[in-house]
Design a protein around this ligand. Structure first.
Ligand SMILES: Cc1ncc(COP(=O)(O)O)c(C=O)c1O
Length: 422
């Protein structure tokens, strides 16, 4: 059995009962299913294998920001993924997880000098450059090191993509990428920048892209632009077409991977370029759950609160994006439904996973999972309310491995100091 499934009336991950994970590591805890990650990776790479020629198979650079646990990264690397990083910290993680630097791409609007030096010394595949000042800075840093920085320019295609305004990145007013005018200016500057080697273009229109036709709309901006740039003598060898593949949290439309692959085949492939993609959420989102225990059931005059031991500091998405996450009991999964507001212990009304949700009746002490928590869950967690980071567990073919142990309170304090004059 792989992925999340029911066995003997209990929710399990890759054949491991979730109650045994709660017993071994306590709650709350993140549980990731290796089987589910592999299924997603194979679905995406399989669609590309079906529609693209063998010599044009894309490098699938997992967007590290979605889930940056070293064990998760190493597993995806073993499946064949490359890595997309947005900071020196993520780049260091990627190297520690064993990625070939030639399979790492570095995006982000605010790369620092130290991050540029790290990228250059490690020999990464490319910097995805997002502004003219960044380009000039990178040329100077590479010059000091007597190197040439491999880059692509990130195009802002002016396409609305992401499933929420905070995760849309390709609109005119977003901070990301260069729009066509600035892009041309940047290409014109290249002859005067001896420490830059431009390889092509990148783009990423947003995350959880809900109108999947937006991908096509964005891709269609590329052929004309590539031909115009080539006509001016620029070599365009690579196109990095980003991530953004949606997953199902509730009732969203699933991306038709064949349709997507056909768009890549019909629009991108004829340009005879190396293709890079940056999937994040798609590979890990539904491979993770936040395993939690019900602490109390609190009745108020007009509602019933299910107070669980996980909170907004563990999973910020509902508070930040009003996102929906399915919530399910581990056992007694088919009892008659009761309406609950599911909340955590943090001192904010925003610490609410859902309101008025019909769930099988629960009691204090029961275990529940908050689903679809494998992407932008642990990676966005914090120590708010001095709550320690929680364990991350990977299940694989009937086994479980701890990928991160629970942080202790002393570890939280370790970097803090009381002035000696107090
Ligand atoms: C540049 C870039 N690439 C890839 C991704 C991954 O997006 P997703 O997780 O939706 O695939 C992001 C997400 O913010 C991003 O900013």
């Amino acid at each position: 059995m792989s992925g999340f499934h029911e066995m003997n009336g209990e929710l399990c991950a890759d054949g491991v009962p979730l109650s045994s994970i709660a017993e071994a590591y306590g709650t709350p805890a993140y549980v990731y299913s290796a089987g589910e990650m592999k299924k997603q990776y194979m679905a995406l790479s399989g669609a590309m294998q079906e529609y693209l020629p063998a010599d044009q198979q894309p490098l699938l650079c997992f967007a590290c920001k979605a889930n940056s646990n070293l064990g998760v990264l190493a597993y995806l690397r073993a499946l064949g993924a490359g890595l997309e990083v947005v900071s020196g910290g993520e780049l260091t993680r990627g190297l520690k997880a064993g990625f070939n630097p030639a399979h790492i791409v570095f995006t982000g609007v605010g790369k620092t000098r130290d991050e540029m030096i790290l990228g250059l010394t490690s020999g990464i595949h490319q910097f995805n450059v997002e502004s003219v000042p960044e380009l000039i800075h990178l040329n100077a840093v590479a010059g000091e090191m007597n190197m040439k920085a491999p880059i692509v320019f990130r195009l802002n295609p002016h396409v609305t993509g992401g499933g929420h305004t905070k995760i849309s990145t390709g609109r005119k007013h977003d901070k990301f990428g260069l729009d066509e005018t600035y892009l041309k200016q940047a290409f014109d500057m290249l002859p005067s920048l001896p420490h830059i080697r431009c390889e092509g273009l990148s783009m990423h229109i947003g995350s959880q892209v809900s109108t999947v036709e937006s991908f096509k709309e964005a891709f269609e901006k590329l052929p004309g632009l590539v031909r115009a740039l080539r006509a001016q003598g620029h070599s365009i060898n690579r196109l990095d077409i980003g991530g953004g593949f949606p997953i199902i949290y509730k009732d969203e439309k699933l991306l038709d991977l064949s349709a997507y692959a056909k768009w890549v085949r019909d629009i991108i492939s004829p340009l005879k370029v190396e293709i890079i993609m940056e999937p994040g959420r798609y590979l890990v989102g539904n491979a993770g759950v936040l395993l939690s225990r019900v602490l109390y059931i609190k009745q108020t005059p007009d509602r019933q609160f299910l107070i669980v031991d996980s909170a907004m500091n563990d999973l910020i998405r509902p508070a930040m994006y009003d996102s929906y996450h399915a919530i399910e009991p581990i056992k007694n999964r088919h009892l008659p439904p009761v309406s609950y507001d599911v909340v955590g212990p943090v001192c904010e009304s925003g610490d609410t996973f859902t309101k008025d949700r019909s769930l099988p009746e629960l009691s204090a002490g029961d275990l529940v999972v908050i689903r679809s928590a494998g992407a932008y869950g642990s990676a966005m967690s914090s120590n708010y309310n001095t709550r320690p980071f929680i364990p991350e567990i990977l299940t694989h073919e009937g086994t479980h491995t701890c990928l991160r142990t629970r942080q202790t309170i002393e570890e939280i304090f370790a970097k803090e100091h009381i002035p000696n004059w107090l």
